[in-house]
Design a protein around this ligand. Structure first.
Ligand SMILES: Nc1ncnc2c1ncn2[C@@H]1O[C@H](COP(=O)(O)OP(=O)(O)OP(=O)(O)O)[C@@H](O)[C@H]1O
Ligand SMILES: [Mg+2]
Length: 189
């Protein structure tokens, strides 16, 4: 598997990054910086219209929004077998993660692991990220999060005791959790 990632993505390892935090915490601002320095093509599922290149598929001809988003993802990932290489941004994922069939999220995961797709997901709550992506995230940025349920969810999910108390309560700060490591640092950007 690791070899396939290298084969398709050059010597750069493809990543899944999840960016969480309350409204206005600074998620999209951080993502914009990554977009500016990304060396390849970028596409975005963008319900709030935050990116000039963002897309928000509409259901046409009797198609539901759920179907339209699912079709958009499946076309982009080639049903998980690959159709496009680059960075996929799933902004404000709370708005559609649970309505899109989990099969489409599995395809995104497969395209990340095998076909050269980088993925960034932003959401207000961890519950708003498809579990196929959150469970496989290489790095999670946790911005300001006031909801006790979300804080507890993150502590349970990371299995890091006391993590809930480390989550920032100020705008613009993030706790960074790297897969397989304890919380690395509190960063300010
Ligand atoms: N580190 C920071 N310090 C101060 N202000 C910031 C910082 N990061 C972002 N901002 C400002 O806060 C506002 C909201 O930022 P941003 O759109 O990135 O938030 P968001 O988390 O994506 O919000 P939403 O959940 O509504 O999408 C913007 O005006 C942005 O310029
Ligand atoms: Mg945003």
């Amino acid at each position: 598997m690791a070899d396939q990632r290298q084969e398709h993505g050059g010597d750069r390892e493809r990543r899944i990054a999840v960016v969480l935090g309350k409204k206005g915490a600074g998620k999209t601002t951080l993502v914009r910086r990554w977009v500016d320095s990304y060396p390849g093509s970028v596409r975005a599922l963008d319900p709030a219209g935050e990116f000039s290149f963002g897309e928000w598929p509409v259901g046409e001809g009797g198609k539901t929004r759920r179907q339209a988003i699912s079709d958009w993802l499946k076309e982009l990932t080639g049903d998980g077998r690959g159709n496009w290489e680059g960075l996929l941004i799933l902004d404000d994922s709370d708005r559609y993660a649970s309505v899109v069939p989990s099969e489409a999220w599995t395809d995104v995961y497969c395209a990340n692991r095998h076909v050269g797709l980088d993925v960034i997901v932003t959401a207000h709550r961890p519950q708003g990220v498809a579990k196929e992506l959150l469970a496989n995230a290489d790095i999670v940025y946790i911005f300001q999060q006031d909801e006790p349920l979300a804080r507890k969810y993150l502590e349970k999910f990371t299995q890091i005791e006391g993590l809930a108390d480390l989550i920032p309560t100020e705008k613009g700060r993030a706790l960074v959790v790297v897969h397989g490591h304890p919380p690395s640092e509190l960063i300010v950007f």
